[in-house]
Every structure is written in C-alpha cells, then in structure tokens.
Write a protein that binds this ligand. Structure first.
Ligand code: FMN
Length: 184
C-alpha cells in the first residue's frame, strides 16, 4: 500500500469535507494546515516519508488561501533537498462559484508540484455535461486537472453536493492506484 498524505487548508470546513472524501478514496492520512498556515508537529516528516502528496486548498480570490501559500513557501526547505522529487502529486479545490476561478487554484497547486519535480495525476473522469446531466453526477463541474467541488456561499459543509464528494473520493482512489503502480 502506498503511503499517501492529503495536506490541505480549510477556513470554514468545506475543503476539509472534500479532503476527507479524497482521503477516504486514497486510504490516505489527513494533514491540516492550521489557521496560522502551519503544520502540526511531525507534519513535514510525514510529507517526506509519503509516496504521494495530495494538495488541497479552498479558492480564495482565484487562488490558494494565504495559509496554503505560507505552507507552499515553507516547502522551499524540502525543495532545497529535492525531498519530494518523483513523488506522486495531485490537487483539489472547492469554492462558492461554479467556476469561481478554481482553475487558478489548481494551476497554483500544479506549479508547486512541478517545482518539486513531482508527478501530477489528473482527475481521470469523464465529464457530466449532457442535457441529461444532474448536479449530483460525478464530475459535474467537469475538471480534468484535479478535483473540484462547489459549495454555496451561504451553506455549511454539510450541504455539499454528493456528486462532488463522490468525485473527490474517486479522485483519491485514482491517485492511490497510480501511486501503487509507481511503487511497483
Ligand atoms: C477570502 C475569500 C475569498 C474567496 N474567493 C472566492 C473566489 O475567488 N471564487 C469563489 O468561487 N469563491 C470564493 N470564496 C468562497 C469560498 O471559496 C467558499 O466559501 C469555500 O467553500 C470556502 O472553503 P472553506 O470552508 O474550506 O474555507 C472566497 C471566500 C473567502 C473567505
């Protein structure tokens, strides 16, 4: 079994719920970036030991939260040692808008993974984009670069779309399958 860590920030719980679905699918450990942008004790060591790292952030102003960015900047330390090179990487985000510029966040996560020399895994699901499409279908938001979820701005994390959460779970499952292949 590959060792997979989902490292994420969530301001108000929505991205956390998504992270839980990703982790469930991947059989991964959750590592939360706190409100100050810091990891818990032992967090960096967990990341260094992992075969795969899945990055998650809410979309704030079209990109990652400042707490996630603080974590990303702090990852320059493992970058110097090339400690994450050739690990499997993937990313997910959640925001209030159907688009809301979520792609901007995924591109930031992708760029972080590329800077570390990691190997990026796509969403890998067919889109739900026909007239028959329903909001609770998998990949209703039609993302290819990573997993996306949308939560209404006036609703709590308990109101998230079942389809988006299933999309997140399937995404985690895919990352685990790819990580297992690379582990040999
Ligand atoms: C500072 C801030 C900026 C936001 N910017 C965006 C945005 O650019 N696009 C969007 O669709 N939603 C935006 N939102 C809404 C959040 O993405 C949405 O509430 C999300 O569910 C929050 O996730 P969280 O509960 O994990 O923090 C923003 C929210 C905040 C607080």
């Amino acid at each position: 079994m590959p060792d997979i860590v989902v490292v994420f920030h969530s301001g108000y719980g929505h991205t956390q719920r998504m992270a839980q679905a990703v982790a469930q699918g991947a059989g991964a450990r959750l590592l939360a970036i706190d409100a100050e942008g810091n990891l818990p004790a032992g967090g960096w060591e967990q990341l260094e030991a992992a075969d795969a790292i899945i990055f998650g952030s809410p979309t704030y102003m079209g990109s990652v939260s400042w707490q996630f960015k603080k974590f990303a900047d702090a990852s320059s330390r493992p970058w110097y040692a090339q400690a994450w090179k050739d690990k499997i990487a993937a990313g997910f985000t959640n925001s209030a808008g159907m688009s809301g510029d979520k792609q901007g966040t995924l591109l930031t996560l992708f760029t972080l993974a590329m800077q570390h020399g990691m190997i990026w895994v796509s969403q890998g699901l067919m889109p739900s984009n026909t007239r028959a499409a329903k909001r609770d279908d998998s990949n209703y938001l039609v993302s290819y670069s990573g997993a996306m979820a949308q939560s209404p701005s006036d609703a709590g994390a308990d109101a998230m779309s079942a389809g988006d959460l299933e999309t997140a779970r399937l995404f985690g499952e895919r990352v685990a399958q790819i990580a297992a292949r690379f582990k040999g």
